[in-house]
Design a protein around this ligand. Structure first.
Ligand code: ZN
Length: 283
């Protein structure tokens, strides 16, 4: 993807952390402000819209089927966003874009921008599976894993000098890396564990909520990853982007099971028929 390095666009947003240094929930220092996360997400989104060959967006208003697919996916997102464990639900943009490509992939950009491929929607076996992975992507964005990662990799000193315009080359590199999920800085193993944990917590926190009207089976997310691993091989084979960015293994599965047990081993529902109806529209 060709990147437009628009320094003037980013710099005003970068001024904000001068006044509002932020820490994440673990007390780790994040150099960037919440508004920076949104600005980075916006920039990435514009790049995606400007590259229809690589990212052919499913046009919402091209057909009634497409509208129904968007409504289904957005409703799932909005249900998860009812969770009061999502810190930035009123600050970030929270929008989902569907990429019309038969590729098993999904990713989250900073600031609440979520992307799902039609190949991913086809692979998911139930609404609960899709909700689980979507909650995981929401957690990456809400927990600010991209800008946390940038803070750790570059360090405060270098980020200051970039901010002051002393490192123009690094400024370009930083912008390129922030559009992560597209081959930039990979999330860490800890990021993945945290995203799994929060995904389960988000979904469980809206159980029996009449507005949400879904008790998603929390183990559906494990089903999804297990099936993906069965079909596409073990982590790190480099063939499938989603497995490369979300390496799945027995430790991750055990971690999810133990969180599920901590939550009282709740039994939920898969909503498989809802998902099958949408798959028919994708044909
Ligand atoms: Zn992840």
């Amino acid at each position: 993807m060709k990147r437009k390095m628009n320094k003037l666009f980013i710099l005003p947003a970068l001024m904000l952390p001068l006044l509002f240094f932020s820490c994440d929930a673990q007390g780790d220092f994040n150099f960037f402000s919440l508004q920076d996360d949104v600005a980075f997400g916006e920039q990435l989104h514009e790049e995606i819209l400007a590259n229809p060959e690589e990212y052919p967006v499913l046009e919402r208003y091209a057909s009634q089927n497409n509208q129904a697919i968007y409504t289904y996916v957005e409703d799932i997102m909005n249900r998860i966003l009812e969770s009061n464990e999502i810190y930035n639900r009123d600050v970030f943009e929270w929008q989902v874009t569907i990429i019309d490509k038969d590729v098993l992939n999904a990713f989250a950009a900073p600031g609440g921008y979520l992307y799902f491929y039609t190949g991913f929607l086809n692979f998911a076996g139930s609404e609960a599976e899709l909700a689980g992975v979507m909650a995981h992507e929401i957690a990456h964005s809400d927990r600010r894993h991209s800008t946390d990662r940038m803070t750790k990799v570059y360090g405060i000193q270098i980020l200051w000098s970039i901010l002051l315009g002393e490192e123009p080359t690094l400024m370009g590199e930083l912008l390129a890396n922030l559009t992560t999920g597209l081959g930039g800085l990979a999330f860490t193993r800890d990021n993945e564990y945290e995203a799994d944990e929060y995904a389960l917590r988000y979904m469980y926190s809206v159980y029996d909520n009449p507005v949400v009207n879904r008790n998603y089976e929390l183990r559906a997310m494990q089903d999804f990853f297990n099936r993906m691993e069965d079909e596409y091989g073990v982590e790190g084979d480099g063939q499938l982007d989603f497995l490369r960015t979300h390496p799945y293994n027995d430790d991750r599965e055990a971690n999810m099971t133990s969180i599920w047990e901590d939550l009282g081993s709740p039994v939920g529902v898969y909503y498989t028929d809802n998902h099958n109806a949408i798959k028919l529209l994708l044909q």
